[in-house]
Structure formats: C-alpha cells, structure tokens
Ligand binder design. Sequence first.
Ligand code: HEM
Length: 131
Amino acid sequence: ESRTRLKAIIETAVDGIITIDGRGIMESANPAAARIFGYEPEEMIGQNVSMLMPEPDHSLHDGYIARYIKTGVGQIIGKGREVLGKKKTGKLFPFFLSIAEVKLEDKTIFTGLVHDITDLKKTEERLRESE
Ligand code: HEM
C-alpha cells in the first residue's frame, strides 16, 4: 500500500523532515529530525519550531513566517539556506535548510528539510588549514 510505503520512506530518511503550521507549531518530526536535534519526536510536536534555533532567529522566527504569509515573499522557500540549529543540549550546529510551502485543502503548512553539514564544515576547515 502506498501510504505505508510513504511512511516507511519518511521514517527512514537520513535527513530531518519537520512540518509546521502557519504559526510555527511543529505538527510532525521524523526520527532523523529528532536524532539530529537530540529530542524524542514527542518532545518536539506541539512546540514552536523556534525551540530548535539560537537567537536572534529564536525571537524573530514567528515574524519571519507571518511576513511570508502576508507578503508571499520568502527568503528561504525555494532557495534554501545554511542556518544554525540548537540541539537539546544547547550545542549549536550548522545545517542546510530547505523549506516548501504545502497548500492543503483546509490550510497551508510548511515542510522543512534538515541536512546536517557539521562534518562537511569540519572537512572544509581542515582543507583550508592545509593550504
Ligand atoms: C524563514 C531561520 C527552521 C520555516 C526563516 C528565515 C530564517 C530562518 C533566517 C528568513 C528570515 C528572513 O526573512 O530573512 C531558521 C532557523 C531554523 C529554521 C535558524 C533552525 C531550526 C525552520 C523549519 C521550518 C521553517 C524547520 C519549517 C518546518 C520557515 C518559514 C519561513 C522561515 C515558513 C518564512 C519563509 C521564508 O523566509 O522563506 N527561517 N529557520 N524554519 N522559516 Fe525558518
């Protein structure tokens, strides 16, 4: 059945997949997203996605979403960006964030893809140092 297959794909994805509603509240987080940020999925669902980022974004994020909904102009949607995430331990780490807007029948949600680039950054740094 295609629903079970789709679920298996999301559950086993290497990258984190998080969905939020129009107010930034997390509606789902796959196991990879939970692992990357150091939480259980249940600790994330129902909370504001801003719990996963340091300042100043932490305080500004609701406004980012509201501005996008109002103007239709996004900074990350459709392009992606390197941002800093904050783990449960408080440790910051770099990841590449892509966001898609999903227009459902009754409401709009956003899907965020979390690609951890901690190791990539370390390799880059080593290469720079060896130049
Ligand atoms: C916008 C940071 C996670 C959804 C933004 C912007 C930044 C940002 C800097 C654009 C601000 C501007 O207007 O210049 C972060 C950080 C995250 C994070 C540091 C680390 C956890 C997420 C996730 C989602 C999400 C996981 C979705 C599930 C959005 C939306 C917008 C936005 C919908 C507005 C549209 C846009 O600007 O493209 N975020 N974000 N964010 N973010 Fe996040």
